[in-house]
Design a protein. Sequence first.
Length: 203
Amino acid sequence: MRYRLLFLLVLIVSACTPKNDSNAQVAQSVAATLAAIPTNTPNPIPTPQPSSTPFDLAGLFCEYQFCIGHPIDMAFYDVSAVSSDQANPSTYSRGFIAASNGNLFIQMIWQIAPGTADPQFMLDLIVDKNVDTRVGTLDVKLIRDMNVVFSPITFSASPVLPHGGAAAWICGGRAFAWKIYTPQAESVRPLFDEALARFTCNK
């Protein structure tokens, strides 16, 4: 009797157990497969490129027996006079000046040329290997009897002024180097060309 009751109980329990529906399993597998298929990445929304900021180099810096163009709202200051090297301010034979505003930073250095017409060594002096990286190719030109070298650079120390350029040239027995940081890469070379177009030095 006991075995019969046990047998009936097993039959009842097994009858109540839900049957495996192979169609449901197939449908679940198909749904899982479809969900796992990667979808095409939507095209990115076009981001408007920042327009170039016009800079007017109407200003003219004339000290230490040379002149160079610069934006009118910027003034060069003697870096040596405000740094720890105050005892050695800029002179005719060597110097370091800089100018800045919210959109530009410009540096310029000079020294007596060591009997060479190649200004490459000055480019190496003004490009800071810790924060500046040369990009592109070195542009070498003869401009108004001056050997001029120019290199685009990137500036890693500021997300506001990430682009730049550095140049060097020889004039009147002195070697000059110039560097700029800007928000837009396309404004670098025109700024240098305009600054150099107004450059003069006592020979």
